[in-house]
Ligand binder design. Structure first.
Ligand SMILES: Nc1ncnc2c1ncn2[C@@H]1O[C@H](COP(=O)(O)OP(=O)(O)OP(=O)(O)O)[C@@H](O)[C@H]1O
Ligand SMILES: [Mg+2]
Length: 250
């Protein structure tokens, strides 16, 4: 088996004295969509924050193409080719679509033409944004804001993106649009770690998946295996605590 692009080895992480992730080991093969499923409070966002360097590990190691990521700053991790798309389609609402894309290019040593080419390239998958470059991001629909958040990561031409719950707050038809863009992106060669709470649609586009429960890996496997896994059903039933502090959103 080739070396995975992203590898997490026995990681623990949390917030100060609050331990959330326990002994998490995961691999993401290059060119794949790997899903991390789990109900609210399972530790999914904590996992994305630990990978992207926003919170430190208390144990374990993270590597990208064999290079250590843990202990590095978020900027350095992004520079290594891993872009993080945070939960809740966060964009700068008062800024234009173009300005939001340029924020993704902040401090990149590119001239005007190169910036414009990066923007065009990032928007290839999202034609609905190309006509909105001069509009403020706050005037976009929730789905378009999620697409903009993804496009903002793509202007950096990352090797891999980490997308935290892109379906959050979106109508099913819009989720469909965003997920089909993620498939197109994977087909263009961008590796994706997709953190989601919605199970079936995520398993339809994933090549491999992990289930988090109480901050631990409760199951892993190909989508077909996971669908029938009792651990997946259990992870979505009852109290999610099982180790992590219960902090589910209503
Ligand atoms: N800043 C924080 N300080 C302390 N505890 C936190 C913090 N953020 C999250 N937690 C706790 O960590 C646990 C996991 O939260 P996390 O946000 O990772 O879950 P999640 O799987 O992303 O859930 P959701 O589906 O609601 O986004 C919860 O018990 C939560 O209360
Ligand atoms: Mg979350």
């Amino acid at each position: 088996m080739p070396e995975p692009l992203l590898h997490l080895q026995n990681i623990d992480a949390g917030y100060g004295h609050v331990a959330v992730l326990h002994d998490v080991t995961m691999s993401v093969a290059e060119g794949k969509i790997v899903a991390v499923l789990g109900r609210n409070g399972a530790g999914k966002s904590t996992l994305t924050k630990a990978i992207s360097g926003l919170i430190p590990l208390s144990a374990g190691e993270i590597t990208l193409a064999g290079e250590r990521l843990d202990g590095r700053s978020p900027v350095s991790i992004a520079g290594a080719g891993l872009q993080y798309v945070v939960e809740g389609h966060r964009v700068f609402r008062a800024q234009t679509v173009r300005a939001n894309l340029d924020i993704g290019l902040y401090k990149q040593p590119l001239d005007k033409e190169a910036r414009s080419a990066r923007r065009d390239h990032a928007l290839e998958l999202f034609p609905e944004l190309s006509t909105r470059l001069n509009d403020v991001a706050g005037s976009l629909s929730g789905g378009q804001q999620q697409m903009l958040a993804i496009a903002q990561a793509l202007v950096r031409e990352p090797r891999m993106i980490l997308v935290d719950e892109p379906s959050l707050g979106l109508a099913p038809v819009v989720i469909e649009r965003v997920f089909s863009a993620l498939v197109a992106l994977r087909d263009l060669g961008v590796t994706i770690l997709l953190v989601e709470q919605i199970v079936e649609r995520t398993l339809q586009i994933a090549d491999y998946g992990y289930v988090l429960r109480g901050g631990r890996v409760a199951a892993m496997g190909e989508p077909a295996e996971l669908r029938t896994s009792p651990a997946l059903q259990e992870a979505y039933m009852g109290n999610s605590a099982g180790g992590a502090a219960a902090g589910a959103r209503p």
